[in-house]
Write a protein that binds this ligand. Sequence first.
Ligand SMILES: *Cc1c(COP(=O)(O)O)cnc(C)c1O
Length: 482
Amino acid sequence: MVQTDQKNALLRALPKVDDVLHDAKLARYAERLPHELVLDAARRAVGQTRADVLAGRDVQVDAASVARMAARSLEAYLVPSLRRVINASGVIVHTNLGRSVLAEEAIQAVNEVIRGYSTLEYDIDNMARGSRHAHCEKLLCALTGAEAAIAVNNNAAAVMMVLSEFAAGHEAIVSRGELIEIGGSFRIPDIMQQSHATMVEVGTTNKTHPVDYERATTPETAMYLKVHPSNYRLIGFTENVGVDKLHELAARANEARPEGSRVLVYEDQGSGAFARLSSFGSYAEPTVSESLAAGADLVSFSGDKLLGGPQAGIIVGSKELIDRLKKNPLARALRLDKMTLAALEATLRLYLDPKAAIEKIPTLRMLEEPAERTKERAEKLERSLAGYISADDARLSVVPEIARAGGGALPMCDIDTYCVKVDFVRGDALGCTRYLEQEFPTPIITRLKNDAVYCDCRTVLDELEIELIAQAFNAYFEGLGE
Ligand SMILES: *Cc1c(COP(=O)(O)O)cnc(C)c1O
């Protein structure tokens, strides 16, 4: 504890705001930022230092130290907060890291559209006002076999919109085994409430039978909602009712109903795969067309999970139902902007050639890449690292590991991968990951396990990233000094 007279001495030694402002460390900011911001940062730094002294904390009170504190807070105005990172975590669709990396074709399309005016809502053929929904609809229909489609802000928005349009004021039946939380506070019961649909839970956590839906069906039933349990799996003694069976049940219920009050089958597919990838193995996700073919009236899914496109929520189904969604006020509130539409359209176009899609859409390429190819990249990274750091710094090895699809897709699916494992002779794994993420100009996200750092090369994109990772480790060890 700092004594009172010592505290008073420190308080007297506190620099004036003016002294801090004129410290050389703030010059670079004074040149580029409004004076008010720099002044405010200097005041706050002095205030914080005073508070630290009063609280008995150990602080430097000289002008240079206080100026350094102000400089740190000003740096945030000059460095982008949203910026590129290198994903060496091995989680392919990493929600915290922006999910899917866009294909070059999608990047080009965005670039083209944002540099000038565009046909966003202009129909060249008819020389008249057009609809932004038109750009992706044809492709979505061709790729899924649906009659009509609409894309909105994300899949959470899509679920919200479908429930509000078709189940508000009515009942939607859902299995207790599918009342999921996706993360980021997206929970099926909450979304139901928000969209004014009455949720009718049926079955149990592990087992739901067709008869459960049948018994719960009343004249108020508007929908059988099926939710893909994206990020978890029930295994063992379980049973759920497939879309084909739900379609049958709905057809039976609809026989006795007047036109216009049908029970709909809606599947929230979450990841929404277009193609069955070999990497999915026995945990294959159902594809969108399979779900439609099995009798779903509507299917919705994300644009940036297994699809590998931009953030979007896509709804496909019959023209009659999609037309109703297009007229819902939420379609306006949740609509996509031109950058997303351009990226989505370009990504979808790649799917017209399924082989090209796997090569050109990074998410698909990373999911499908043979482990041997990942190993080659890991060996390249090991060689680059060995060029910078010596055996006195760390021991390097290329080791087999397991990567993850992420994004709430394929949770049971182990993807074979190779990592460069760094065992520390000098420094330590925790300090190193902190350096890689916080100090290196391009943050690098790795895995930390048993006091070693693992760089998973399945999600490392190219030679440039390999070189940057090597440079980052080099900078870490240089920073430790001799
Ligand atoms: C991911 C997911 C969502 C939410 O989709 P976003 O595109 O992230 O909004 C909804 N439902 C399921 C089943 C999901 O997996």
